[in-house]
Design a protein around this ligand. Structure first.
Ligand code: TMP
Length: 207
């Protein structure tokens, strides 16, 4: 009974916390689940993550940055996500292809046709069954992150992050059946209750 769930959102939205909570609830209910993340989740992906997250580290062009995210995804899909789904697990991924569309497409302004093609290559056409978007006003998210150091993306201006947020909302509006938009200002427990309800509903439909 495999299911592929992704978490998306701008900086400081709390998606990693919610991805972990969902994973713990599934495992403690006896439902086999795998939690992973992007960029990273494989040995090569984790090495590239350090390059991609550093601020003042590698001076990457926008195209090189895109290609590195695509390499991370191709590794993760082939070596982790597809094998775990084939074993019938619920796979939870903290960020996936929609992050590239939001950050490199809407944020950096790279060509959307090229991004869709690259995402298609890296994912082999795999799409999440459910994508949870934790939506938060940009300034609040950046404030939440400000005490944990600044990386390549957190250091971008407010305008960049506004484009990313708008991008996510546009993507969600295009495929309302796949996306679940949740106000990231709701209490943690309320957010996890809403996510749990949707995931259990999807698993029951598949029985
Ligand atoms: P985080 O997941 O730890 O928040 O950090 C990942 C950062 O990388 C975040 O700022 C979003 C960014 N990112 C992209 O720009 N494109 C992508 O495809 C992915 C997966 C992440």
């Amino acid at each position: 009974m495999s299911l592929f769930v992704t978490f998306e959102g701008s900086e400081g939205c709390g998606k990693s916390t919610q991805a972990k909570i969902l994973w713990r609830k599934l495992v403690s209910s006896g439902i086999p689940a795998k939690l992973t993340y992007e960029p990273g989740g494989t040995p090569l992906g984790n090495r590239l993550r350090r390059i991609l997250k550093e601020d003042g580290g590698e001076d990457l062009s926008s195209l090189s940055e895109l290609l590195l995210f695509i390499v991370c995804r191709a590794e993760l899909v082939d070596k982790v996500i597809l094998p775990e789904l084939r074993q019938g697990k619920v796979v939870i991924c903290d960020r996936f292809a929609d992050s590239t569309t939001a950050y490199q497409g809407y944020g950096r302004g790279l060509d959307m046709g090229m991004i869709d093609y690259m995402n298609q290559l890296a994912t082999r056409g795999l799409k999440p069954d459910l994508t949870v978007l934790l939506d938060l006003p940009v300034v609040e998210g950046l404030e939440r992150k400000s005490d944990s150091g600044v990386d390549r993306f957190e250091g971008e201006g407010v305008d960049f992050h506004e484009r990313v947020r708008r991008g996510y909302l546009e993507l969600a509006a295009r495929e309302p059946g796949r996306w679940l938009i949740i106000d990231a200002n709701l209490p943690k427990s309320e957010i996890s209750r809403i996510v749990w309800g949707r995931v259990i509903g999807l698993l029951q439909q598949r029985r």
